[in-house]
Structures are given as C-alpha cells and as structure tokens.
Design a protein around this ligand. Sequence first.
Ligand code: CMC
Length: 390
Amino acid sequence: TGHTTLDYGFVNTAATKSAVTYIDGDQGILRYRGYPIEQLAKHSNYLEVAWLLIYGELPTPDQLAEFDHRVRRHTLLHEDLKQFFSGLPHTAHPMSVLSAATAALSTYYEDQSDPANPEHVELNTIRLLAKLPVIAAYAHKKSIGQAFLYPDNSLGFVDNFLKLNFGVLSEPYEMNPVMSRALERLLILHEDHEQNASTSTVRLVGSTGANQFSSISAGINALYGPLHGGANEAVLDMLARIRDSGESVQRFVERVKNKEDGVKLMGFGHRVYKNYDPRAKLVKESADEVLRELGVHDPLLDLAKELEEIALNDDYFKERRLYPNVDFYTGVIYKAMGFPTRMFTVLFAIGRLPGWLAHWREMQYDPQTKIGRPQQLYTGAPERTYPGLA
Ligand code: CMC
C-alpha cells in the first residue's frame, strides 16, 4: 500500500501463488502438478490430466472411470440452446460462437451457479468439460452448413468430439485411432500453462465472484487474440501467404527482422520460454508421424521447417532468444485431420479448459483471494474547471 510500481504486461509481478503448473522458461521445462509434460503426453489421456490439474493428484482407476462416466452423462445441450446457433451468420468465427454460447450456457443453470457452493462448482466443472466440446463441434458444423449430431455417449471424450465434428447423419462414423491418439496428445499439451493471459483473465473475472461459465467465457475471449491462442490460426495463414506470394522464406524472415508493417513470425517467441518450448518439441515430433499415418503430404510442413531452420540460425532470433512455441506446428496437424483453420483456436480452448477450471477453483478456494484490481499511474490533466464556471 502507498507504493505503486509500474509493470506493463505483468513482466515482474506475481498475482497469485499457485500449485498447479511449474515452468522453467530458461531450461524449457513444463510440469503439471509435478509430472513432466513429456510423460503425460505419452502415457495419459485428456480426462486423467484434467482430474490431475483440477484435484491435484492422479485419479485412481475407479475415480477416473466415474469422472469419465459423469462427463459422458452431461454432454447434451438444452434443445433451446441449439436455436442460439441459428441466429448467427454461418461466417461467424467459431471462437466468438464458443465464447458467446458458453456465456449463454449459464442462463440454464442460474440457480445452480453459486461459486461459494461446492456442489454447484463440482457440477459445473463436469458440465463445462462435457458441453464445451459439443458447442465447439456445433460451431464447426454451423460454419460448413452441416446438421448437428447428438453426442454419442458410448464413445470416449476424444472420439465423441471427432464424431461430432466429422460425422454426418447419413453415414456411420468410422473411428480413426491415429487421429484420436494424435488429438488426445495435442489436447494434453494444451491443458495448462500457469498464469498466461487467458488463465489470468479467468482468475480475474472469477475474483469478482462471477460464476464458472462467465469466467471461462471471458478466458475464451482472451485466448482468441493472435498473440495468444489465435497464433495457431495465424501461423497457418502466414505459411499459406508465403506459399501463395512466391516470396522466399529468407525474404520473409528479413521483413520480420526489419519489422516491416509490424510483421511477426507467428508461432515464435514466448514471454516465459527463452528456450525451445517443450510442447513445440513434442508437437514437431508428432507432426511428421501423424501426417505420415494419415497419408497426408503437406508442403506447408516443409515450409514451416524451413522457416524454423532459418530463424534458429539467425542472429535476430538468437539474440532475442526466440524459439518455436506450441502454436508453430499444431496447425499443420489440425489441418491434416480436416479441421478448418478457423477451428484451430477452438481446439486450443478445449485443451485449455481443464487448466482454466483448475485455476478458477484454486482462486475460489484460496482464503487470500481478493478482487483483482490493478493500480495505475495517472498521466491525465490536472484539475480544471468546466467551461463557464470560472
Ligand atoms: N517475431 C519477431 N520478433 C519477435 C517475435 C516474433 N514472433 N516475438 C518477439 N519478438 C521480438 C520483439 O519484437 C522484441 O524485439 P525488440 O526488443 O527489438 O523490440 C523482442 O523479440 C522481445 O519480444 P517482446 O514482444 O517484448 O516479448 P513478449 O514477452 O512481450 O511477447 C509474445 C511474447 C508471445 C507475445 C511474442 O513473442 C509474440 O508476439 N509472438 C508471436 C505470437 C505467438 O506466437 N503467440 C503464441 C504464444 S505461445 C502460446 C500461447 O500463449 O497462446
């Protein structure tokens, strides 16, 4: 009190203590609740990691089975909520649709959304995990003019999601285990990343006493920006533009270095990682494998690798310690799976949801939590008198 320091972008200021995720940005280390991301990505699954993040420990097999069962039982959206989608243009960006529908979801549970009631919190944790993927898939279907499918609760989390996105009413849906495993792995890699902009947004909104739906909806909006989750979409647009322009990769990199028109190398750089992002390393490893297994050859992957190679050997990027981040290679994989570019950030949101829920709860249950209320240093006019009153 009485002493305000200025810290644009919160580069030096911790807003909270947290026991969820550990990052060492210099060494490129990421752990959820102490477990290395490499081990979780390889051996765990989305819901097990969600439980780990939310409750602090790995679930027992029985706990996981019950959790999985509860999530499956809550996938249905209220029929009226489906009308919500018809009021939007088919050109609507799926991220706007996702955040708006998530906020709208809360209107069905207004008497069951008290942040101070642990039963409500528990129930809405399940509801959000179950329903967000359905909303996301409907946003996708809406954008391509196809009918919505009902969730198939005989399927696990990822298969259900894939079927909702790629299944059509007129044909049985064929599971693709390669795609399921690849998507599961990508989702795990996105599940948490401590106090990034969207998670901090969820905590800040939550600190006012707002419920989980409002807080998560706000987090989705924060994630939408191209400097955050929107970067995965921006990377693919950037690669496609380079390909279509016929400009050499070297020339593009020169334009980035000269900051021509503010152009940046999307998917590069990170506030915390000053080394290779450990998630990017894993995504890069699976990109080749997944494309091969799916039988896709995408020249954009070759272009991305060329871009990375040139950047990593260039003084501009070396001096600033800019490395590929998680968004650099994910888009190529999502594209190979058949997702349109504008769904990429939505996939990030589905991935990040457990982290947002874990942080919302940590904030809610921490007795030290206060409403988030940054200070400012005032730079405006001194007191002056309204004309005619002097
Ligand atoms: N391309 C070119 N130059 C860059 C880039 C980039 N991608 N990132 C940082 N720089 C430069 C920046 O211009 C500055 O140089 P100078 O000192 O000459 O002005 C220097 O590197 C330090 O960068 P900064 O902007 O101060 O770093 P920051 O911590 O404020 O920003 C960032 C971090 C991620 C917003 C930024 O690196 C960026 O805009 N990257 C591109 C967008 C992106 O890929 N975002 C995804 C982040 S990872 C996943 C997620 O959170 O969603």
